[in-house]
Design a protein around this ligand. Structure first.
Ligand SMILES: [Zn+2]
Length: 218
């Protein structure tokens, strides 16, 4: 029982828009995203934080957010209250053998070994049920998340960026244990419309068998 529980906590299977590069391009989309995003958003911040993302993560918000003590623990909890250390990079990142919606062997294809092996099994299991999945985005370093977030701030303003992008240090992607997935066609990749697909339904019923939980069900 304990083993099962641990595994559920261990990996996160993310497949909604909240944390990805796709920006909302319509009002309704933005709303949907906002509703689905509670755990992707970060601690409430004051205006003072606007130009001080870095500082906020490191020291200013010491009272509001905590830095996790054991970032490499497989059951690490990372969210708006618990941040990973800025310099944390998992030591056992590997490339899962599954297909992604892109070809390149780049950072976002990587996962920690244990998660990558579980993902391989999950994709194989899906195939047996004629469900064809693709990875969209897995590991993301602090530096990458920071660049992504800052770009959104520039384009959209801080408050809007916070609605669909995690502050650096608070993205589960930095754990190397989380991945966004889509169908092999890439349709609705990291968008809320994925929730209505047969692939999403399969994941909903089967992913815990492989140690994953779905973090953004809609
Ligand atoms: Zn994500």
């Amino acid at each position: 029982m304990r083993y099962f529980f641990t595994f559920i906590v261990v990996f996160s299977l993310l497949f909604v828009s909240a944390c990805t590069k796709e920006k909302p391009n319509s009002h309704s989309q933005l709303q949907k995203k906002s509703q689905n995003q509670k755990t992707h958003e970060n601690p409430q911040s004051s205006q003072k934080d606007l130009h001080n993302i870095e500082k906020m993560n490191v020291s200013k918000n010491r009272n509001a957010v905590k830095t996790v003590a054991q970032p490499s623990a497989v059951n690490v909890l990372v969210n708006k209250k618990y941040f990973l250390p800025k310099n944390y990079v998992p030591k056992d990142l590997v490339y899962p053998t599954v297909s992604f919606i892109f070809k390149e062997k780049i950072e976002k294809r990587k996962m920690r070994k244990e998660a990558a092996l579980a993902l391989n099994k999950l994709f194989t299991g899906a195939k047996k049920d004629k469900i064809y999945l693709s990875g969209v985005s897995a590991y993301r370093s602090y530096v990458t998340q920071k660049a992504v977030f800052n770009r959104y701030v520039k384009e959209d303003g801080y408050e809007n960026a916070r609605k669909y992008s995690a502050l650096p240090g608070s993205s589960e992607h930095q754990t190397g244990l989380a991945i966004d997935v889509s169908s092999s066609t890439g349709k609705c990749a990291a968008q809320s419309c994925f929730a209505n697909t047969k692939e999403a339904k399969w994941l909903q019923s089967k992913s815990t068998n492989y140690g994953f939980i779905i973090r953004y069900p809609k």
